[in-house]
Design a protein around this ligand. Structure first.
Ligand code: G3P
Length: 218
C-alpha cells in the first residue's frame, strides 16, 4: 500500500522521504491556504522532493476554466496529478486530461456510484473522504469496501483507490486489510504508526541490560 502525505509542509515531506515512507503528496486549496505560500512555486518545490505523484487541485468549478487550470498545473512537472472535484464538469475535465496522458485525482468522493463514474472518466486516483463521513455518523471505511468491490468486478478499470481524509491509524489498518491502493494522511498520523508502548518498554530494558555488560560494539 502506498503512503501519500496530505500536506504542503516541506520539512515533513522531506522527513517522510528520508524514512522511505513517502510515495506521493496530496494538497488541496485548504492546505495551500494554510501554508501561506504561493501555489505554483510551492508545488514545484514539492515535485523536486517527491518523485511520486503530487496532487495539485484546480480552483475553479466550471469546465473551461478547470481545463485551463489543469493544463497549467500539469506542465509544472511530469509527476503532477491534477486534482478535480467529483462534479459533472470535474469528470469531464478528468476525461479530457486523462486522454491527454495527464494523471488525474478525483476528489470529494462520498459514494460508490460517484467512484464508478470517476473510473469511467479515466481517473488515475479516486479520493473517497473517510473521516468526513465518520464525522456525520456514517462509516467511511464501508465506502472504501464498496468501491474496491465494484472496481474488482471490472478489470478494464485502472483507477487506484486513494483513501483520503484519514484521521487516525485505524483508518490505515482497515485500508491495508481491504487492499486499498493508497492512503493519504497528515504526516503526524504516519508518525503514529511507529509507536507501540511495548517497543518503548522493551528497548529501555535492552539499553539498561546492555550497559550492565560494560561492552561497546564500536
Ligand atoms: O486532501 C483531501 C483530504 O485528505 C482532506 O482531509 O481532514 O480535510 O477531511 P480532511
Amino acid at each position: 500500500m502506498k503512503f501519500f502525505a496530505d500536506t504542503s509542509d516541506i520539512d515533513a515531506i522531506k522527513d517522510l522521504a528520508d524514512c522511505g515512507m513517502l510515495d506521493g503528496v496530496t494538497t488541496n486549496p485548504s492546505i495551500i491556504a494554510k501554508s501561506g505560500r504561493e501555489f505554483i512555486p510551492l508545488i514545484e518545490e514539492i515535485c523536486g522532493i517527491c518523485a511520486g505523484p503530487v496532487s495539485a487541485e484546480v480552483a475553479s468549478t466550471d469546465f473551461e476554466t478547470m481545463m485551463k487550470e489543469g493544463e497549467k498545473l500539469a506542465k509544472i512537472a511530469d509527476n503532477i496529478a491534477v486534482k478535480v472535484p467529483l462534479t459533472e464538469a470535474g469528470l469531464k475535465v478528468c476525461k479530457n486530461l486523462s486522454e491527454g496522458g495527464t494523471m488525474v485525482n478525483v476528489t470529494l468522493c462520498f459514494s460508490p456510484l460517484q467512484a464508478l463514474l470517476a473510473a469511467k472518466a479515466g481517473a488515475t486516483f479516486i479520493s473517497p473522504f473517510v473521516g468526513r463521513l465518520d464525522d456525520i455518523a456514517q462509516n467511511g471505511m464501508d465506502l472504501i469496501g464498496d468501491i474496491l468491490t465494484i472496481y474488482d468486478q471490472y478489470p478494464d478499470f485502472h483507477t487506484e483507490v486513494l483513501v483520503a481524509s484519514v484521521r487516525h491509524p485505524a483508518h490505515i489498518l482497515e485500508s491495508a486489510r481491504m487492499g486499498a491502493d493508497v492512503v493519504t494522511c497528515p504526516p503526524s498520523v504516519i508518525k503514529q504508526l511507529y509507536k507501540h508502548p511495548l517497543t518503548d518498554k522493551g528497548l529501555a530494558g535492552f539499553v539498561e541490560d546492555w550497559k550492565k555488560t560494560g561492552q561497546s560494539i564500536l
